[in-house]
Write a protein that binds this ligand. Structure first.
Ligand code: PMP
Length: 423
């Protein structure tokens, strides 16, 4: 019987048939030297592993499940759709409804197209930007992750401007990354000088609130500069809001910073835990997509009706007055406790916090760009919390997420566990 097999056995057996035992690398707990969590089920803010142990979950499907696991409205919508047909390969009304809702909340998205993953969203947005501008080069920033498409997996070295970038994965020909330039994040002078010096840049892409180097928000002046300089040069500014979209507020990071990108990539929350993502923006750019334009982009499962129904049901919940404020209050309590803990234990670290996202950084008192953190201390922190039934991100370079399903009790238990930590 499956539930009598413990996590270790499942993981070992998985390693025989799935490379590394997992379908996405961080799930294997690299660097932690322990059996990863094998999830059996989730409800609200709790995930149970295959041995029946409960964990207060701060991963929440890497931020996708902002309402917690199995929110009744999401379960009902997805179940209802499954009874009507899981997918047709034809247009459906629910795609229209969720597109209208997203366009309402993100007023600078005139049109959008749904895809099935964040990787597809950024890859397609970049192809569109290239097709629209007729240029090849793209600029990204160190520490920012935009999925695993060839042109975006660039080694972020220490060189100021990587004129000859190297792929950060084997299997990517040097030719495929030679149009990508990786610049330091939040460094106004370097990015401005580079953009001014070129006439061949199609797009600048960034996470306006970076979540893949730990949580590191953009400096507002940095974003303002990027908007001004890209506008001046006719470069498409792409905000990758796969994490921050509908996470930092109904209008995402663009609402928070009051800066309008040309294209926006969304993912995670809009699929409520199902595979869904999107890219969208100004109609003048989006209308270059097939079938009306010459930039080809497609997907058998794109706009999948089950994911769209679930996503629409989730977005409706986010519109409840005070939704984001309540999340922030809970997160603040936890973040303050983590900061106190670091102070009391004289740890060289800091805690970043924005809305319902937070990252404890070990080995740095300030983080404004990608830096090397104290991996050992983070592992120690993670493992001690894990033993007490608290699941934080299994890597120091990730964000944690509070959901509307976290109760005061969950937060207090987490604070108690943090106060028990030894270093
Ligand atoms: N962009 C950002 C900002 C992300 O955080 C991620 C995934 N964590 C992606 C793109 C890629 O999304 P996916 O894993 O769905 O392909």
């Amino acid at each position: 019987m499956p539930d009598r097999i413990n996590c270790r056995e499942i993981f070992q057996a998985s390693c025989q048939v799935i490379p590394g035992g997992v379908n996405s690398p961080t799930r294997a707990f690299p660097g932690l030297e322990m059996t990863p969590l094998i999830a059996a089920r989730g409800e609200g803010a709790i995930v149970w592993d295959a041995d029946g142990n409960p964990y207060i979950d701060y991963c929440h499907s890497w931020g996708a499940v902002i309402l917690g696991h199995c929110h009744p409205a999401v379960v009902e919508a997805a179940t209802d759709q499954m009874k009507m047909g899981a997918g047709f390969g034809m247009a459906t009304r629910v795609e229209l409804l969720i597109a209208q809702k997203i366009c309402k909340h993100l007023p600078f998205i005139d049109k959008l197209r749904f895809v099935s993953s964040g990787t597809e969203a950024t890859m397609s947005a970049i192809r569109l930007a290239r097709g629209y501008t007729g240029r090849d080069k793209i600029v990204k920033f160190e520490g920012h992750y935009h999925g695993h498409s060839d042109g975006l997996l660039i080694k972020a070295g220490s060189a100021v401007v990587q004129i000859n970038p190297e792929a950060s994965s084997k299997g990517i020909p040097a030719d495929f990354v030679r149009h990508t330039v990786c610049l330091p994040f939040n460094d106004i002078a370097i990015a401005r000088d580079y953009i001014r010096s070129r006439d061949d840049i199609a797009a600048v892409i960034l996470e306006p609130v970076a979540g893949n180097m730990g949580l590191v928000p953009s400096d507002p002046d940095f974003l303002t500069m990027l908007r001004e300089e890209t506008e001046e040069k006719g470069i498409v500014l792409i905000f990758d809001e796969v994490i921050s979209g509908f996470r930092v507020g109904l209008q995402g990071a663009q609402g928070l910073y009051k800066i309008t990108p040309d294209l926006t990539c969304l993912g995670k929350i809009i699929g409520a835990g199902f595979p869904a993502a999107a890219f969208g923006g100004k109609a003048a750019i989006m209308d270059h997509l097939a079938p009306i334009g010459e930039v080809y982009q497609a997907g058998t499962l794109s706009g999948h009706p089950v994911a769209m129904r679930a996503g629409l049901a989730a977005l409706e919940q986010l519109e409840e007055p005070g939704f984001y404020e309540k999340l922030e209050v809970k997160t603040t309590l936890l973040v303050e406790a983590l900061r106190r803990m670091m102070r009391d234990k004289k740890i060289n670290g800091c805690v970043h916090h924005l809305g319902s996202m937070f990252t404890p950084f070990f080995g740095a008192s300030e983080v404004r760009r990608k830096i090397t953190l104290d991996q050992d201390q983070y592992c120690h922190f993670f493992k001690q919390l894990f033993k007490q039934g608290i699941y934080m991100a299994p890597s120091p370079y990730e964000a944690n997420f509070v959901s509307s399903a976290h109760t005061d009790d969950h937060i207090q238990k987490t604070i108690f566990a943090c106060n028990n930590l030894t270093f």
